[in-house]
Design a protein around this ligand. Structure first.
Ligand SMILES: [Zn+2]
Length: 238
């Protein structure tokens, strides 16, 4: 639930593999650039209300009746996330202390995840249930893709099948993540305006930052789907 997801791409063998890889890679880079440039721009534009990211997240959670989530400050840029297991809302340095449109936007987005958790938002529950299995499966990917498929350390059919199973799981996980992320952003926009933390004229800057972040999740889904489709095609050809 961090603002930018981790990608798991491998260069695939063959001309069609290279083409698919290039398309997904360019899409992912485009999304990363979009979020970086939106963040660079709107982290320099202060919100007129002067409320910091910390205060915004706190106010939104209070309004939702959430009292057991601790807001913590974490190093790095855009390392913000909501941790449902430890009930922690982590804000990166800038977003914690700044009152920029980007800071209050990201903080409100994370508070949106805390609200999802409180109300038992079903897509978030599905995502949480899948997360441990996805993490374990994803840790096997380098071995299967590089060791199994490229270096032939596993029987070829078995390596492809394992790759397909893992990418199917990853693709489903990234798909379930999309409504969770879009819903958190929707809640953020509504709460920021509803509580008067930002004025209507400032909503565009918040939306630009959060929508750009949303594209990185679409890119992660597309990248995973690309790998899955490729492995299925590869299996069909042989
Ligand atoms: Zn999120």
């Amino acid at each position: 639930m961090s603002i930018t997801p981790v990608f798991s791409f491998f260069i695939l063998p063959g001309a069609s593999g290279l083409l698919l890889f290039a398309a997904a890679f360019i899409f992912a880079m485009w999304a990363q650039m979009k979020v970086k440039s939106a963040y660079a721009k709107y982290s320099r534009i202060p919100s007129r209300g002067g409320i910091t990211g910390y205060e915004a997240a706190d106010a939104i959670m209070r309004k939702a009746g959430i009292r057991d989530v601790k807001i913590v400050r974490v190093p790095g840029q855009l390392t913000d996330h909501y941790d449902p297991i430890n009930k922690k809302l982590a804000l990166s340095d800038h977003n914690y202390r700044s009152s920029s449109l980007a800071a209050v936007g990201v903080a409100a987005h994370e508070a949106g995840h805390a609200i999802q958790h409180k109300v038992g938002y079903v897509m978030m529950n599905i995502r949480q249930t899948m997360a441990p299995a996805v993490n374990v499966a994803a840790s096997f990917l380098p071995f299967i893709m590089i060791g199994g498929i490229f270096l032939g350390l596993l029987p070829w059919g078995l390596a492809i099948d394992l790759g397909i199973i893992i990418y199917a799981l990853l693709t489903l996980f990234h798909l379930v993540t999309l409504p969770v992320e879009f819903d958190a952003t929707r809640r953020a926009k509504r709460e920021l305006e509803g509580l008067g933390i930002i004025a209507r004229e400032e909503a565009g800057g918040v939306a630009a930052t959060l929508n750009a972040a949303g594209w990185t999740y679409v890119a992660a889904f597309a990248g995973s789907l690309m790998n899955l489709v490729y492995l299925i095609l590869l299996r069909g050809r042989n």
